[in-house]
Design a protein. Sequence first.
Length: 448
Amino acid sequence: MRNVKRLRVFLLALVVAVAALPLTACGGNEAKVTVRYLNFKPEIADKYQELADLYERETGVKVIVDTAANNTYEQTLTAKMSTAEAPTLFQINGPRGYKNWQEYCADLSDTELYKHLTDKSLAVTDGDKVVGIPYVVEGYGIIYNKAITDKYFALADRATTYRSMDEINSFAKLKALVEDMQAHAADLGIKGVFASTSLKGGEDWRWQTHLANIPLTYEFTDNKTDLTTDAVGTIAFKYAENFKNIFDLYINNSVTDKKLLGSKTVADSMAEFALEQCAMVQNGNWAWSQMSGVSGNKVKAENVKYLPIYTGIDGEESQGLAIGTENFYAINAKASEEEQKAAADFIYWLYSSEEGKKTVTESFGFIAPFDTFSEQDLPTDPLAQELVRWMKKDGVKTVPWNFTVFPSTQFKEAFGASLLKYAQGNKDWAAVTKDVVDSWKKESQAVS
């Protein structure tokens, strides 16, 4: 009997001791929260999964990476949001995307990733709330070949007094420079200052989207337009003449006669720049891989530089490149607080840990807009480096990518067709302007 009592006391003590132990080892990881991420880019899905696996090994937090097929992201997101597999972490494509998903977008203003965003103006906001954090940026402007512009500045009989491209900070100066360079084309060994303005159908996005973004951004700014509202349903094309300024400069000082631009492609213009048939071309930082891959490329990396797209609008002297993205992280506001925090922790780790940063730069090929990245963490191509250099310039204001609110593909295609007719002399500018205003309103109503 004494032994039985001793056994009871021992078992009771054992139960108490076990109950006091923390829930580790057995079932510890299962108790941790899971993050579901709906990825937009199929081409890097495997790399995201590798990082998710590494993160789970380091933290015990499971990250499930789901990837939407090409051109199906919105449909996939819509389908998943109403299920038990709703993503904790997803993507919006700017103010218009936020308008579609605003009830699901948590405030990210207190997250670590947002605190390290280099240019806070790049984020998608709603009042004081930060609802989308850009995780990669790209940019565009006028790319120029410094070797050719330096050759121009060395000419004894040039008509301008400029000594370097650093002095060119307005349309008036750019116009004077370009037209005198065109007059000295033979001396400079070029066919024209600008590469061909590609106006072939499907190849005109640099003008009907990227170039149009410049004057329309100034209009939105003047009007204090809330881009997440129906206020974007109409435009006045207030700065149509400024668009015409730079467009005329492109087509009148070009490698190709403006009446022949309907057959020209983006690849044609990149090849013209790479072969030093011209000195300038409008395009984004992605263009380096195109031009450097041209057979017989003559342009050295150290001579590839950027200039903002000046159009003659007041105050443009402080204008920078057009830098932005259509890719913003958003966290599901309907997820639990623990899940939201876990998602925020994961994306901060992705852009601050050595493993994450290396993958972002080397495997994803991203230019990351966070101060967690040092010079050594940045892509090595010259246009990416130029983009970063312009982002860091004091007193220079980046032009945001507001073309994400353009009403439709149909609007852009109609604009491009009008530009081709104008270049060929078959349409006057007043008609182009009217068509832009009318088409914008019609397409906005169709999609509202």
